[in-house]
Design a protein around this ligand. Structure first.
Ligand code: SF4
Ligand code: SF4
Length: 312
């Protein structure tokens, strides 16, 4: 890392963002081997969200009751009285919790975890740069994801600008739900936009994600018109959008956008269900099963028959 707090091209390396997680050796967040930086905060609340701990902007405690060894270290660490032990065993009271993280730091069993921390641009890039040799070999790099990274536009822009100055290939994984003013400056420094397209019908989009899709689709068209490299990321969710009508609408969208825009299908799976439990949330889709791989491949084939450059 550059020793000063000012990085290449005047980027403020001390700028702090709310980071959920930094995942090394990610293979599905853009080309090659990547390091994915997940940021906190999202304006959408998709019923199938695989990262529910990223939706809230502030840190959260995740509690896995099955891992609790009953040592009571959390009770001692908490100044708010949010952990207590009674006839029912260990009770964690989220209403008392101010999310300081003291209990998670004290827990020897990994039953408590603080999801979200503040980290500077410089510190994040230090971690990302540890794997430069793997990026060079595989054509990988940095992916900025979330949540929605554009909830923190200044931090995301600083990260992307500094990564570009260091010749790191950079992807931005975005819902597209952000002011164009937040997206536009990134066109010059992001190599590939991984752009979510969930539903093409505005009412259905609002019902399943909490927001309409007008802004998202307008930003997508602007990005492509500005010459950005874009790959659509299209979750397929049984009972929500696994219909021929949705396939047709996706194919029409790709046709309108013009050549060069590919489409990655993201089949629904249930791996996030335990995260909802640990956050004290109810998974909105309940027991809906994962899509089997052969069904997901059928979607890819069906899109290809419609002229879309689709893949899993
Ligand atoms: S995060 Fe802080 S306030 Fe919340 S339960 Fe843990 S120690 Fe108590
Ligand atoms: S510190 Fe961890 S293991 Fe100990 S009682 Fe609290 S949650 Fe359970």
């Amino acid at each position: 890392m550059n020793g000063s707090l000012i990085g290449d091209e005047g980027v403020d390396l001390s700028r702090v963002g709310r980071v959920l997680n930094i995942q090394r050796f990610a293979l599905h967040d853009g080309p090659g081997v990547r390091t994915t930086v997940f940021l906190k905060g999202c304006p959408l609340s998709c019923a199938w969200c695989q990262n529910p701990e990223s939706i809230a902007a502030e840190p959260q405690i995740m509690y896995a009751a099955a891992r609790c060894a009953g040592c009571r270290a959390c009770e001692e660490a908490c100044r708010q009285g949010a952990h207590r032990f009674d006839g029912e065993g260990h009770v964690y009271d989220r209403l008392r919790c101010v999310r300081c993280g003291a209990c998670a730091a004290a827990c020897p069993a990994g039953a408590l975890e603080l999801a979200g921390r503040e980290q500077s641009v410089g510190a994040v890039l230090d971690e990302v740069q540890r794997d430069v040799p793997y990026y060079a070999e595989s054509g990988g790099g940095l992916t900025i994801s979330g949540g929605e990274p554009l909830v923190q536009p200044a931090f995301t822009a600083a990260l992307a600008r500094q990564a570009a100055a260091r010749a790191l290939h950079t992807c931005l994984d975005t819902t597209g739900f952000a002011p164009w003013a937040a997206l536009e400056p990134l066109v010059a420094v992001v190599d590939l936009f991984l752009y979510d397209v969930k539903l093409l019908d505005d009412g259905a989009h609002r019902r399943w994600t909490g927001r309409g899709n007008e802004l998202i689709l307008a930003n997508l068209e602007r990005l492509v018109a500005a010459g950005a490299a874009v790959e659509l990321r299209c979750p397929i969710i049984p009972t929500v959008n696994d219909t021929d009508d949705h396939l047709d609408a996706l194919a029409r969208l790709v046709g309108r956008l013009g050549g060069g825009v590919g489409c990655a299908i993201l089949p629904y799976h249930t791996m996030a269900r335990s995260k909802y439990d640990r956050l004290g949330m109810v998974a909105p889709l309940g027991d809906l099963p994962s899509i089997p791989p052969q069904r997901a491949q059928q979607w890819v084939d069906a899109l290809r028959r419609r002229g879309v450059d689709a893949r899993l």
